[in-house]
Design a protein. Structure first.
Lengths: 312, 270
């Protein structure tokens, strides 16, 4: 691989023109169409059907009522019910809160790992392992073994310190889930930010040292600007995935108590697969898409910029 | 002074890593304890490990769901690669007018929450007889992973020196032969890490599993969720199931550490 990589650098500048001149005719359509058609069929068409269903009154528990066109009745009902707004608020709080936690801890971990010390590989492995643990297992282990107010490890610790146990998931459901999400996703931020730290150009550091910048000045003027792009990428993808959190909520609180820890994703599941209200669930789904599109449009500019290097 | 500070930082790093890893560690050791020892606080580190819990949960259901997970993971990874790799190759190698749009479209499908499409998918599956089948889950898994494969493999293909590609195409052999004999082996490390990453995602997938299966095709994450509600108080057994559930993805993750960043950021950062 080493030699191949070196060749790349020399071959890079005019590869695209070279490629255009090449004399074999590539079967581009045959290579690309299968995947495009497949992905469109499985992920895009159902979206359109969701849109269609959201305009209908249809509950699978009441087959006698059948399916009837209802205009915007589902939306009207959703937007006037208090639970919808608390669900939207939960989604926002959960996403932003977890994102900030991930950024701070990820940054701290990355800085700690960007040094040389004994058994660094092992430490890194330990820190990123939570990312590979499936969310349902994370939820189950945390809920029962760590946070349980009677038997959990934290209850034991607080008892040793003379404090009373905390009913984490009943009294602070959103905060607790936020912490679990942060535990799972910090490794992702750690990895991306560490890659950023390790790619800070050496000469920039040397130049700043010659200018007499201290460690702190160096971090602010050289490292941080370089890291910005990495922070953007991590945040962007982090938002997308954290917003869709589902498994953790499913096994820890089931969205409760009440709606206290239900996010939009879980609300679709509740309405669709527990209440069997197809119209209502579809309307929530559409709201999710609208909000995602809105957010993506807001992020669009820097999205394009972020992936520009790749897209050229 | 400086050395002391550095030593302190290192020590702090070890401590943080230990605390951060603790829940996983607790899970890993508790599965090997007797049920009576499992709930004792503080958790004891000195005990005679037993495989009884693993035996028990494996033979009372976990084996079946583990098998489902294996089939779904292998199936969806294999077909996602089969569909995605050629597309990635085309996008990386040939100057296409709409390459940007196509790539952007793929990444946008990854950003759109699956949940917004799950209701129609459920109903379609019910009508097509795909509900609670492994084939259905594999189908969905492929669609989830194809965009990832395309993004990742494209960035690997772009690193191949052009001469090599041309050499693979000129000597009279058909394009496919050159592609399979020369191009693919060159990007082998990329292929492997892409496949491993897809496998990790497919293995941990829960939303589709819980919505589209009951018992005939339920995967490990789904089993874990139901197990919890039934026997959440039996920590040793619970830990054994949890350990079995996470082991494949965890080990694959450890092996892909180095390539992970690129895959997770879809090539935006290397």
């Amino acid at each position: 691989m080493e030699t191949v990589n070196k060749q790349v650098i020399t071959a890079k500048p005019d590869r695209s023109t070279e490629r255009r001149k090449s004399h074999f005719k590539p079967p581009v359509k045959r290579l690309m169409l299968p995947s495009i058609i497949f992905v469109a069929l499985v992920t895009q068409i159902p979206f359109l059907i969701t849109l269609y269903f959201s305009l209908h009154q249809w509950n699978l528990m009441r087959p006698d009522l059948g399916r009837a066109f209802a205009g915007f009745a589902n939306y009207k009902q959703l937007l006037t019910s208090a639970s919808t707004w608390s669900v939207i608020q939960n989604t926002f709080v959960l996403t932003v809160g977890a994102l900030l936690l991930c950024l701070m801890m990820g940054m701290a971990f990355a800085l700690l790992l960007n040094r040389n010390f004994f058994a660094k590989g092992l430490v890194r492995t330990m820190l990123i392992t939570p990312f590979f643990i499936m969310p349902t297992v994370t939820g189950v282990i945390w809920k029962n073994m760590i946070l349980d107010p009677n038997f959990g490890f934290l209850a034991y610790l607080s008892q040793q310190l003379g404090a009373g146990p905390v009913e984490w998931l009943t009294h602070h459901p959103l905060l607790t889930i936020m912490m679990m999400i942060a535990w799972q996703w910090t490794p992702f931020f750690l990895l991306v930010l560490l890659a950023g730290l390790q790619s800070v150009p050496e000469d920039a550091i040397e130049a700043s040292m010659l200018d007499g910048a201290g460690k702190a000045g160096q971090f602010i003027h050289v490292t941080l600007p370089h890291l910005l792009r990495y922070i953007e990428v991590a945040s962007l993808l982090g938002i997308i995935f954290i917003m869709q959190e589902f498994g953790l909520i499913y096994v820890t609180t089931s969205g409760g108590p009440g709606y206290a820890s239900t996010n939009l994703t879980f609300q679709v599941y509740r309405t669709g697969f527990q209440g069997w209200d197809i119209g209502g669930a579809s309307a929530v789904g559409v709201i999710i898409v609208v909000l995602s599109v809105l957010m993506m449009t807001l992020l669009f500019k820097f999205l394009r910029r972020t992936f520009q290097g790749e897209l050229s | 002074m400086k050395r002391m500070l550095s030593g302190g930082l290192t020590l702090g790093t070890y401590l943080i890593a230990l605390i951060y890893f603790f829940p996983v560690f607790l899970m890993l050791i508790t599965g090997f304890k007797l049920e009576g020892q499992a709930a004792i606080m503080p958790p004891t580190l000195w005990f005679t490990p037993t495989l009884d819990n693993f035996d028990l949960v494996w033979n009372s259901g976990a084996a079946k769901f583990f098998q489902h997970s294996i089939i779904v993971t292998l199936g969806s990874t294999f077909f996602a690669m089969l569909l995605g790799v050629p597309a990635a190759y085309a996008l990386a190698m040939f100057r296409l007018k709409r390459a940007d749009d196509i790539l952007f479209w793929f990444i946008s499908t990854k950003m759109m929450p699956v949940i917004a499409a799950i209701v129609p998918i459920y109903l379609l599956f019910r009508n097509l007889g795909l509900l609670d089948t492994l084939a259905g889950l594999i189908l969905m898994g492929i669609a989830m992973n194809v965009p990832l494969v395309i993004w990742m493999m494209r960035s690997f293909f772009k690193e191949i020196p052009y001469d090599l590609i041309e050499a693979s195409q000129v000597d009279g052999a058909s394009g496919w032969v050159g592609f399979i004999k020369i191009t693919l082996p060159t990007v082998r490390p990329g292929l492997i890490s892409t496949a491993l990453l897809c496998a990790i995602f497919a293995w941990n997938e829960f939303l589709l599993g819980v919505s589209l299966t009951y018992t005939n095709a339920a995967t490990m994450p789904v089993y874990m969720a139901t197990f919890m509600t039934q026997e959440g108080l039996f920590w040793a057994k619970m830990s054994a199931v949890a350990t079995i559930s996470v082991l494949p993805a965890m080990v694959l993750g450890w092996f892909t550490q180095k390539q992970l960043v690129r895959g997770l950021t879809m090539g935006a950062v290397k």
